[in-house]
Design a protein around this ligand. Structure first.
Ligand SMILES: *[C@@H]1O[C@H](CO)[C@@H](O)[C@H](O)[C@H]1NC(C)=O
Ligand SMILES: *[C@@H]1O[C@H](CO)[C@@H](O)[C@H](O)[C@H]1NC(C)=O
Length: 183
């Protein structure tokens, strides 16, 4: 092909490329998922069994709460339910860990896969890698990927503490996910 022919073809190629990008973008949509996460550090008669287990003990006590130490790490397999009540229908589980990652504040590094086990997203997962400053009213959860219908997902979540008990350290967390994927 001569360079003149190439030049004549260029607008066509550019249009085709734009069309392709447009189609790809249109095939992705944002899905809003809302559910509740039950983090049970201490099993008590009124709560489900323990779902968060401390597997590593830090060294430096936090200034505001010496019972918690910088470096404490918990592995979690927290049930996800439709509503805030632990008896509400289960939609999945949050599997991963959190670490007290600040030497001064209640700031966790929260790394979890939201694994869906019921409903339209059964078998799919969303991967979250986040900073969870637990006293903040709203924390943002960056979505770093996903599997199944959420393969290649992007987007974010919002995490709010629905209820927490300072004695047992058990908490119910409200999660809103805005997932962008080809679903
Ligand atoms: C979720 O998918 C698994 C595997 O396909 C299946 O065994 C299970 O019954 C499904 N659960 C629900 C609640 O649909
Ligand atoms: C926290 O949990 C303890 C143990 O189950 C319970 O006695 C106490 O009432 C709870 N506190 C709140 C504020 O719910």
């Amino acid at each position: 092909m001569s360079s003149k022919q190439t030049m004549q073809l260029l607008p066509v190629l550019v249009s085709l490329a734009l069309l392709f990008v447009g189609t790809t973008a249109a095939a992705r949509k944002t899905t809003h998922l809302k559910f509740y996460m039950h983090d049970v550090v201490t099993a008590v008669p009124s709560s489900p069994a323990t779902t968060a287990v401390r597997v590593a003990r830090g060294v430096t006590p936090l200034p505001l709460e010496p019972a918690i130490r910088f470096g404490d790490m918990f592995v979690i397999d927290d049930p996800l339910t439709e509503g805030p009540d632990s008896a509400s229908p289960v939609v999945g589980t949050a599997q991963g860990f959190y670490i007290f990652a600040s030497q001064t504040d209640f700031a966790l590094m929260l790394t979890v896969n939201m694994v869906f086990t019921a409903g339209p997203h059964n078998g799919s997962t969303i991967a979250v890698l986040s900073r969870d400053a637990i006293l903040d009213p709203v924390r943002e959860l960056p979505i770093v990927g996903g599997t199944g219908v959420f393969r290649g997902a992007t987007g974010y979540g919002l995490l709010r503490t629905y209820s927490a008990n300072s004695t047992t350290l058990n908490a119910v967390l409200e999660v809103d996910m805005y997932v962008r994927a080809r679903v």
